[in-house]
Design a binder for this molecule. Structure first.
Ligand code: SF4
Length: 349
């Protein structure tokens, strides 16, 4: 049996067939699940996917939603550019493709946030057309099976893997084959402890036969992750409302609601009075904590700042508003902001 027949026979017995997006794999469902699954595990994605589909059952409802609501649904899933691109792409599809996801690889790749692998997955899983994918799981399986050295983030290594992926494509059962590759990588050919004894590809797998599978693929070259520091200004009124401001659309946590931030607290009173017309009566430091992004660590020191009720007067154009915490928790929030607000609720109980 060749690669694809071995994989398909394994898929029939062990593949995943009950994931929510597999139940009616429309292009919209496949697209959404593929975007959510980028950098995120299946078990984390499932409840988000189910809630998202309830809110936005089809592409038009997603395009018609406000970006604020979409980000609120995405809160906690991270990598928020994914949600912004999803929303942007839905609007492009409505405007330029009559609300139908294109049935063409290059037209899919032209949409915001859709790369070659995601486009390939939509073509294969939803349209049953013979296109390859190359997500992290598939890269690992193919690098081991063919003993491809180098880090797959390098263009030359990636191109080599694409060539292999395309060459191995079967002519039948393409959707099952693509799913089988993803499943094998996620459940058998895992990163640190591959279960080669259960693998259908063992007999021809070059890394298993001649080397140590874990040596493939090469890991990402290590970079020193810089540490940045910030102070959160958790301003609160005597009635318990807190001040949140919406972050600019681009950059970290773009479009989400967060606390005002300052590098240094030296001029906090002046800052609050100038930007938010608030007079501070009291500042309490709370324990700092770290949040890890892909390219830096952020050391966050929250400071609870009590302000005069009478100074609840914020100009409209600075994107900041006072919220009851229960209302704030419905907004699109970065995960650490949400956690901090929940801890404030507990503190007040
Ligand atoms: S034999 Fe091991 S290393 Fe090779 S593809 Fe299977 S699980 Fe991965």
């Amino acid at each position: 049996m060749n690669f694809s027949s071995q994989l398909l026979a394994w898929f029939d017995l062990h593949g995943r067939k009950d994931l929510p997006w597999q139940q009616s794999p429309s292009p919209y469902h496949v697209w959404l699940s593929e975007i959510m699954l980028q950098q995120t595990q299946v078990s984390t994605v499932i409840p988000y996917y189910q809630r998202f589909i309830q809110c936005y059952p089809n592409l038009t409802s997603l395009a018609n939603a406000s970006i604020d609501d979409v980000l609120a649904q995405w809160t906690g899933l991270g990598y928020y550019a994914r949600a912004r691109n999803l929303h942007k792409a839905a609007n492009v599809i409505v405007e330029q493709h009559n609300g139908e996801m294109p049935n063409d690889l290059n037209e899919l790749i032209a949409l915001p946030g859709i790369g070659r692998s995601t486009a390939g997955a939509i073509m294969a899983l939803a349209h049953h057309q013979p296109f390859a994918i190359l997500d992290g799981n598939v890269k690992r399986v193919l690098a081991r099976y063919n003993r491809v050295s180098g880090w797959p983030g390098k263009k030359q290594v990636e191109n080599q893997l694409w060539k292999i992926a395309e060459k191995l494509l079967p002519t039948e059962r393409i959707a099952h084959y693509i799913q089988a590759q993803m499943d094998l990588g996620a459940t058998v050919c895992t990163r640190s402890k591959p279960k080669c004894e259960f693998c259908p590809l063992q007999a021809d797998c070059q890394a298993f036969q001649h080397d140590i599978p874990q040596n493939y693929p090469d890991p990402k070259p290590k970079k020193i992750i810089p540490l940045r520091k910030t102070n959160w200004l958790v301003m609160q009124l005597s009635d318990g409302k807190i001040l949140l401001e919406q972050r600019p659309n681009s950059g970290i946590w773009g479009g989400l609601w967060s606390f005002p931030e300052l590098d240094s607290l030296e001029k906090v009173a002046e800052y609050c009075s100038h930007n938010f017309q608030t007079n501070i009566t009291d500042i309490t430091a709370t324990p700092s904590f770290k949040h890890i992004f892909s390219h830096f660590k952020l050391d966050i020191s929250p400071h609870i700042i009590t302000v005069h009720q009478s100074s609840n007067n914020i100009s409209e154009n600075n994107s900041a508003s006072w919220y009851k915490i229960s209302d704030a928790l419905q907004l699109g929030l970065p995960a650490p902001v949400k956690t901090f607000l929940q801890s404030l609720v507990k503190l007040r109980e």
